[in-house]
Write a new protein. Structure first.
Length: 436
């Protein structure tokens, strides 16, 4: 019987490995629900508009030219010149509403945006060597929009006080979708102002590309959980329960936008996390992410519970059957399934409390009979409640999750070593008394 403890440890290790199966299945459920949630978000975005990145205005001057010295080549080429604003001021007032699809809520925003840009009057366009101009240059202001379906109202563009005709395309492959406004370049003054107002609908995030030599962007919204995810953090930010205020001030020297435009890079390469100034309208709690993180600690819960029961067997000479270990492990795994299912309908903290309380109560009742004493069952229930509390603290402290988890393991190992410091493992040969 000298090897009885070794055999029992081998059986418990096998049961611990088998407990990974239900935990893995629950992890798959969490991942499936998260993917379904993402599909719902995509469906809502498809029916309204996706994340928006506003690019503009830029001044585009096109000159029709023809190759010199080739009588057989009558093809007209359009030489394109892009002029960026000297200063760009953007003010955006964002209103967010949650649209519900099934059990999911998706934030959809409507941004009333006012842009004011100052351009320096460009010098006459120079024709590339080997070409000759065959007509007057034409100028237009181009604005890029990630998803033009968000333009529910025709934008208003003015040159000074003069309204400009707006067309629903940019005619620039590297800019992509958007709108443009044709204009006659004002002469006789060193600079002139452009004023644009537009209403833009979208989901997830809203961003602007800082095109001016000096760009000043102000955004106010009624969403209390903004995430500043662009390439530049705001210089000013205020977040309150009723909304937020943010302001960015960026110079052309910090962005690298002129060189990117000179290379005719795609506008979508400016963001996210590029040269954009963006806000993401995030949900305050991602229940699936937190549930997934909780499941990762499931094997730790089962292992610590098995260790506690094995100590009872060793120190109190009790007999606990492997099936009883398995039932306890199943109850611990069910906690995580209850957590993810309840958190879809309740706040995460409340769902965690209900799931933890239900499982702790069930296991307190069961272990009281299994260990032959209601007092021992209550003690185990208190220990389990403490573990649930520690896990909740770990889930809420993402920055310190690794440290807290390591301290928990160190503490558990210390308790085991102290409790078994006087045990003579070679003399565990007496048959234990039945306690189940």
């Amino acid at each position: 019987m000298r090897n009885q403890a070794v055999v029992k440890l081998f059986v418990l290790s096998l049961l611990l490995g088998l407990s990974l199966i239900p935990l893995g299945l629950i992890w798959g459920v969490v991942a499936d629900r998260a993917r379904y949630r993402d599909r719902v978000v995509g469906d809502v975005a498809q029916s309204s508009a996706r994340a928006q990145l506003l690019f503009g205005p830029i001044l585009v001057i096109e000159t029709p030219t023809r190759r010199i010295g080739s009588a057989s080549d009558s093809t007209v080429h359009r030489q394109e010149r892009v002029v960026l604003p000297e200063s760009l001021n953007i003010g955006s007032d964002v209103r967010v509403e949650s649209r519900q699809r099934g059990i999911y809520r998706v934030p959809v925003y409507r941004a009333m945006t006012h842009l004011r840009a100052t351009f320096a009057t460009p010098a006459p366009a120079e024709v590339e060597p080997g070409y000759a101009a065959v007509g007057p240059a034409r100028a237009r202001l181009a604005f890029g929009v990630s998803d033009p379906r968000g333009l529910r109202v025709v934008p208003i563009v003015r040159l000074g006080d003069t309204p400009l005709p707006v067309s629903p395309q940019t005619d620039l492959a590297w800019v992509g979708p958007g709108f443009s406004a044709a204009l006659d370049l004002p002469g006789g003054r060193p600079s002139w102002d452009v004023d644009a107002r537009l209403e833009l609908t979208g989901t997830d995030h809203l961003g602007f590309v800082p095109l001016g030599a000096n760009t000043d962007v102000t955004m106010d919204g009624d969403w209390p959980h903004p995430g500043f995810t662009g390439g530049f953090s705001p210089d000013e930010r205020r977040i309150a329960p009723k909304g937020f205020h943010a302001r960015w001030r960026v110079s052309r020297f910090a962005t690298g936008v002129p060189s990117a435009i000179a290379a005719r890079e795609r506008v979508d390469q400016f963001g996210p996390q590029g040269n954009d100034l963006s806000v993401r309208f995030v949900q305050p709690v991602d229940v699936y992410q937190q549930s997934e993180r909780a499941v990762k600690y499931g094997i730790l819960f089962v292992a610590l519970t098995f260790v506690a029961f094995f100590l009872f067997e060793t120190l109190r000479r009790l007999a606990i059957h492997p099936i009883q270990y398995g039932l306890v492990a199943a109850a611990l795994a069910i906690f995580f399934l209850l957590l993810v299912s309840l958190s879809e309908h309740l706040p995460f903290a409340m769902a965690y409390g209900v799931a933890g309380g239900a499982c702790a109560g069930l296991l307190t009742f069961y272990t009281g009979h299994m260990l032959g004493s209601s007092g021992r069952g209550i003690g185990f229930g208190a220990l389990l409640a403490t573990l649930y509390g520690l896990l909740y603290v770990i889930l809420q402290s993402e920055d310190y999750a690794l440290l807290l988890g390591a301290l928990l393991l160190f503490g558990a190992l210390g308790v085991v070593m102290i409790a078994t410091r006087r045990v003579n493992w070679y003399r565990l040969n007496e048959a234990p008394t039945g306690g189940s």
